[in-house]
Design a protein around this ligand. Structure first.
Ligand code: ATP
Length: 202
């Protein structure tokens, strides 16, 4: 289906939790994080280009990308970071479009953590933002990832602000509530998207 709903939110906001509920109800699901790994999978053309550019040390003995090694080479090096983004972003964008349109479901939820930051709004007909206060993002991230409070705050500071996301949203899901209530909102939105998709995109 050509009806694509972008789903975004800050770190630890609950994107995965909410997206899984849409999928359970019958939406197609495409995840930008999964695609970002697929485009540099073992044996991929992009991985060969990365290895040619940065040297063979960015590929481990099994032929997989050594993310830590690549991160170390790019860290604090703006031109290398740009080189890498200019290689990967178009590939990721193309895959997001292809996979979204190849879904058999009546509509697709496209999960993109950095939708606003990377200006990918044009890829979707609607934008859903999963919203919680920043203090809750920190609390949930610390509990889930065993990272420090400071590290979680630092990531939040680098991402789009809560208000930038809300400004871009067509629908906001308040995820600072028990999941049963959140799931009711998801069900209502799902019915709305289904109706719209079958009217306009089937
Ligand atoms: P990231 O971008 O960091 O991968 P995310 O936005 O996908 O995160 P989730 O992994 O879905 O977020 O949720 C973050 C944590 O918060 C998880 O441990 C999840 O179980 C928990 N969580 C999600 N929604 C709720 C909720 N409504 N109430 C309580 N905990 C929740």
């Amino acid at each position: 289906s050509g009806f694509v709903v972008g789903l975004t939110g800050g770190i630890g906001s609950g994107k995965t939790t909410v997206a899984n509920e849409f999928q359970r109800l019958g939406a197609g699901l495409v995840d930008a994080d999964v695609i970002a790994r697929e485009v540099v999978a073992k044996g991929s053309p992009a991985l060969a280009q990365i290895s040619a550019h940065f040297g063979p040390k960015v590929v481990d003995t099994t032929g997989e990308l050594d993310r830590a090694a690549l991160r170390a080479l790019v860290f604090g090096n703006e031109s290398e970071r740009q080189w890498l983004n200019q290689l990967l972003h178009p590939l990721i964008r193309q895959q997001m479009i292809e996979q979204s349109h190849n879904q058999q479901a009546p509509y697709t939820i496209l999960v993109v953590p950095l939708l606003i930051e990377n200006q990918l709004q044009q890829l979707c007909q609607r934008i859903v933002v999963v919203d919680v206060p920043q203090s809750i993002q920190v609390e949930r991230t610390v509990n889930r990832d065993q990272v420090s409070t400071e590290a979680a705050w630092a990531i939040i500071q680098r991402q789009a602000s809560r208000w930038q996301r809300i400004r871009a949203a067509d629908h906001i899901i308040n995820n600072h509530r028990p999941f049963e209530l959140v799931a009711k909102d998801v069900l209502h939105l799902h019915r709305h998207f289904l109706e719209f998709a079958t009217q306009s995109y089937s």
